[in-house]
Design a protein around this ligand. Sequence first.
Ligand code: Z5A
Length: 212
Amino acid sequence: MACKRGALIVLEGVDKAGKTTQCKKLVQALQQSGSPAEMMRFPDRTTTIGQLISAYLEKKSDLEDHTVHLLFSANRWELVPLIKKKLEQGTTLVVDRYAFSGVAFTSAKPGFSLDWCKNPDVGLPKPDLVMFLKLSPAEAAQRGQFGEERYETSAFQKTVQQKFEHLMNDSSVNWQVIDASKSVDDVHEDITTHSLNTINTAQNLQLGELWK
Ligand code: Z5A
């Protein structure tokens, strides 16, 4: 019998919502329960394209806005063969940010439509579940100051949040909003429940194509 595929699970959310904390905890919990799981994150700063993005985010270089948007997308496409291979092998992938961040961040800049921003990512492996970790700007502020990287200002993050809310109106994507203001353990419990349901259903479904 062919091996059952893993699920593609994405965590999105505003700055400091706890995405990385929760991705790590979810992968650990799945592995401990005997369910193969690995974490990925975007941007993946380890590739050649990822290094260009990283220098841009760290403000060590400047890139034209359309160009950097396409680089973020290319950074996802270059990992598609690996994503598909892992899923086919039965490994669930827990992904820290994906195309939704790509669209939300670029469309928060002046002169960018959501449609233009979505186009380069059309056809990527479609996540079986996208959990949006919702946290108010006031609660995010209590988790520390903004860092030094590009985009880390409260005005820009507010616009990004509005763009995410727009994207969440799309019923072709399996969005779940998670209350990220709860304790780390309570958020983990919510995320694990949604993930286990998704892993069960995804194994009998074909992997879809995003925004197609
Ligand atoms: N970007 C883009 O423009 N285009 C794209 O296509 C993609 C990304 C994919 C990448 O940043 C930047 O690139 C990002 C979007 C843009 N820019 N911004 N802003 P990154 O991935 O390198 O880093 P990040 O995603 O911005 O990390 P983050 O948002 O700052 O953090 P987080 O992962 O959501 O949270 P965390 O690191 O797990 O936790 C933050 C702190 O809160 C930490 O001290 C925790 O201990 C604490 N924490 C976490 N959970 C809790 C709870 N429940 N209660 C209390 N405290 C908590």
